[in-house]
Design a protein around this ligand. Structure first.
Ligand code: SF4
Length: 227
């Protein structure tokens, strides 16, 4: 595993659980608002897999689970083995993904390796390339969405929102894309350490506008939260 960082404890990244967070190296998107551009390339791991498991063994009865985030964790060649070892120690696993590798997600779900999955919905499918600044196979994005919708584990979809990138109509399209989803989080864009410095002056929607967007989306999905 290419591990770039470990946050030893978090109360907010795994809903209703206390978890540590593993940041994996490597991502196949280049979202301008990415807060972790240093994770784009797979370099020498900064934390060895062995060191991580030594740490995890000391966290039994202190943590509920492990969040595996990125970068894009499905790019890790030994992801299944890594998760399997975490599960063997008795921890829950939450996986964060951008949904570009449905075959890997399908396999992980089939093997019952994870307990929770969070997938980014960057935009309606026709805007994916613009927002991620990469070539995107949107069939794969749709496949991952369908796999998650039809899975029997807890999940969430989530979107980071810059006002100039996503219109009210785009939320109608996103609603259709994830129709009947149990949980959808709207994430306010916060300009801080991001990839594209040109976005530093961009804004998210106002609280009033977020309420209107929520009303649009409630036609399609079961629960929406703003964070
Ligand atoms: S998918 Fe996530 S990690 Fe990858 S560039 Fe986009 S925001 Fe950053």
């Amino acid at each position: 595993m290419h591990i770039a960082g470990l946050q030893k404890s978090s109360l907010i990244d795994y809903p209703e659980k206390i978890a540590c967070i593993i940041f994996t190296q490597g991502c196949n998107f280049r979202c301008g608002y990415c807060h972790n551009p240093e994770l784009f390339e797979q370099r020498e791991p900064l934390i060895s897999t062995e060191a991580f498991f030594e740490f995890l063994k000391t966290r039994k009865n202190k943590l509920d689970g492990v969040v595996i985030t990125g970068g894009e964790p499905t790019l890790q060649k030994d992801l299944n083995e890594f998760i399997y070892e975490i599960k063997n120690l008795g921890f829950l696993v939450k996986l964060d993904s951008n949904g570009t590798n449905p075959n890997i997600i399908e396999n992980i779900l089939k093997e019952n390796l994870i307990d929770y999955i969070a997938m980014d919905i960057k935009a309606p499918l026709n805007k994916y390339e613009k927002i991620t600044n990469t070539k995107v196979n949107t069939d794969n994005i749709q496949k991952s969405i369908n796999l998650i919708l039809n899975s029997n584990i807890d999940y969430e979809f989530r979107t980071t929102i810059i006002k100039s990138q996503l219109s009210y109509n785009d939320f109608e399209e996103i609603g259709n894309l994830i129709k009947d989803a149990k949980n959808y989080y709207l994430q306010k864009f916060i300009p801080s350490k991001i990839l594209d410095k040109n976005l530093m002056n961009e804004k998210t929607y106002s609280d009033k506008e977020f309420k209107e967007i929520k009303q649009i989306l409630l036609k399609y999905v079961q629960k929406i939260e703003i964070r």
